[in-house]
Design a protein around this ligand. Structure first.
Ligand code: CTP
Length: 399
């Protein structure tokens, strides 16, 4: 997330989902954003303006003509000048209809006649209201005007109907805000990112694998996409939810991952290999479950897999190649060897034994080394922040 000091006007109209709006506000404030809240009169019936006054450190705007002399006379214009983005969450069918038709009968809708920044509309309503042709048409009108209209979830709704119309969760909404406001400095670039472990079948029941969670690769994919890149994510089996909007290619074995990387490599500008592919596979894969019988010992013969990154390193033309090195000792020495052996532009070296770093954590502590053996020793940071540091380095190379 990169919302520090971003100026966000949060418009709230009167629906039951307004109970989630303080959650949006709280997440935005935690990210360092500045927030001003505009409420319709109906919204103030659902949540108290005092909640937002306290959370935002700003006045809450609701009446068109406030009695408070410290507020500007033409607030609806002042707010639109101030905003980097306007987000209406929840946007009820009524407010959507008014905005679509240029009606300005309260502060929020008046502001929506004067907006000049990007706008995100977050609908929340009963399924039948959402599917009514009038609402559908109004939402289309807003989309055609360049506003980003988000979808809704299907669930049991407050009115006891089950269906579409539930407002997205605060985390999803804030993620969309972050995406819209992000500088698109990787636009026009094709990224191929690998993530997670691979698994090598021993028999139909068992397999060999490793502890990779895929978190680092998924963060790289998400952040690259937010920065405008076109991303293909080649992922081994993980428990992670792939970000919307990217091309997810799911694979099992190292050979599958190799095939997928090879297929797209020529059209790729940047290959980032955050995956931990299994280096070996069982020499023979049993077609039936192996029985334990009464053996004292069981010997499993292994054959080496292809080194995907090394092969692409030999093949590369002007692609930027970023590798990872998971080391448990002599990390710099081993990492330096890998950068040369695999013909990489950058290598991200992590000591998997370090505290709060490595496979399953949300943070990482790494060294980034470039072709000239320049070492960047980074502090412990979240994998999201690290993804952006790595992407900044890639961007410098692309330039
Ligand atoms: N890698 C790869 N294909 C493999 C093994 C690794 O492309 N068969 C890539 C990884 O995705 C990573 C880099 O090579 O970007 C280094 O992986 P790592 O497991 O640290 O090193 P290895 O080359 O496997 O060497 P070793 O296991 O001896 O440390």
């Amino acid at each position: 997330m990169d919302l520090k000091d971003k100026k966000i006007v949060l418009g709230i109209s009167g629906g039951i989902s307004a109970y989630k709006s303080p959650g949006i506000c709280s997440l935005l404030r935690k990210q360092g954003a500045k927030v001003k809240v505009v409420m319709t009169q109906a919204a103030t019936e659902f949540v108290s303006p005092l909640t937002f006054r306290t959370m935002t450190d700003n006045l809450v705007y609701s009446e068109m003509f406030e009695k408070n002399p410290s507020q500007a006379l033409v607030e609806h214009i002042e707010l639109t000048k101030w905003a980097d983005i306007i987000v209406i969450a929840p946007a009820t069918a009524n407010t959507i209809a008014k905005i679509a038709n240029g009606i300005a009968d309260n502060l929020l809708t008046s502001m929506m006649l004067a907006y000049r920044s990007p706008v995100i509309i977050v609908p929340a309503m009963n399924t039948y209201m959402l599917n009514n042709p009038a609402t559908r048409q109004n939402l289309k009108t807003l989309r055609d005007r360049g506003m980003l209209v988000l979808g809704t979830h299907t669930d049991l709704l407050a009115c006891k109907d089950v269906g579409d119309g539930k407002m997205l969760e605060p985390e999803e909404i804030v993620d969309e805000i972050d995406t819209v406001l992000r500088k698109k400095d990787l636009a026009g670039k094709n990224f191929l990112i690998t993530a997670g472990p691979t698994i090598e079948a021993i028999d139909p029941v068992r397999y060999l694998s490793n502890h990779s969670s895929g978190k680092m690769g998924y963060e790289l994919a998400r952040e690259a996409m937010k920065r405008g890149a076109k991303v293909k994510l080649i992922s081994g089996p993980t428990n992670l939810q792939a970000p919307k909007g990217l091309d997810l290619i799911q694979v099992q074995s190292t050979e599958d991952m190799y095939q997928a990387v090879e297929k797209y490599f020529d059209q790729t500008h940047v290959l980032i290999k955050a995956a931990a592919p299994a280096d070996f596979r069982p020499a023979k894969q049993a077609m039936e479950k192996i029985k334990k019988k009464d053996q004292d010992q069981m010997v499993l013969e292994l054959s080496p897999n292809k080194d995907i990154l090394k092969t692409m390193g030999q093949r590369k033309k002007d692609q930027v190649l970023v590798g990872f090195a998971a080391e448990s000792e002599n990390e710099l020495e081993n990492g330096l060897e890998k950068i040369t052996k695999k013909n990489l532009d950058l290598i991200v070296i992590n000591n998997i034994k370090a505290k709060d770093a490595g496979f399953k954590t949300d943070t990482n502590k790494v060294l980034i080394v470039d072709k000239d053996k320049q070492v960047q020793d980074l502090d412990l940071m979240t994998k999201t922040d690290l993804a952006n540091v790595i992407l900044d380095r890639v961007l410098q190379i692309l330039k």
